[in-house]
Design a protein around this ligand. Structure first.
Ligand code: MG
Length: 161
């Protein structure tokens, strides 16, 4: 029987003035953006961590360290494609993704179809294998005060091509 692996990822970045808001490989119009060494795309980072976690390959910081100038302001889609290359080399492919963005503002739903399209292109899988959801934090806690945006992702990897 072919191997099946589950992976889980979580990420959170702080919202900051003077940064672009990039989520799901997409620039979203907003007055602040996520702060980080890379483009700080919390959704793609959660997905990458889930992919790496499924194969017990460590985490995103191990593969793409934030101390490496090569990753300064890097487009996280580049990292997503590199993570996909890694799991392909190990003999696996992404079966499906189920991910959730937690953001008080801005509204994510209008942007989800384009995020799904881009992630599908990067992972070379059909959009119907990618579920992206968005919720608020009900104005509770740091996310509710719009101090940051977080994302979680679950992934199944299948052995084979
Ligand atoms: Mg991150």
């Amino acid at each position: 029987m072919k191997d099946i692996r589950i992976g889980y990822g979580f990420d959170l970045h702080r919202l900051k003035e003077g940064r672009k808001l990039i989520l799901g490989g997409l620039e979203i119009p907003f007055e602040r953006g996520l702060d980080g060494h890379s483009d700080a795309d919390a959704l793609l980072h959660a997905i990458i961590d889930a992919m790496l976690g499924a194969l017990a390959l460590g985490d995103i910081g191990k593969h793409f360290p934030d101390t490496d100038p090569a990753y300064k302001d890097v487009d996280s889609r580049v990292l997503l494609r590199a993570a996909n290359e890694l799991i392909t080399q190990k003999g696996y492919y992404v079966g499906n993704i189920d991910a959730t963005i937690v953001a008080e503002r801005p509204k994510m739903n209008p942007h989800i179809p384009e995020m799904v399209k881009r992630i599908g292109e990067d992972l070379k899988i059909s959009p119907n294998r990618i579920s992206l959801k968005a919720t608020t934090s009900e104005k509770i806690g740091s996310l509710g005060r719009q101090e940051g945006i977080s994302a979680t992702a679950c992934i199944l990897l299948f052995e084979g091509e």
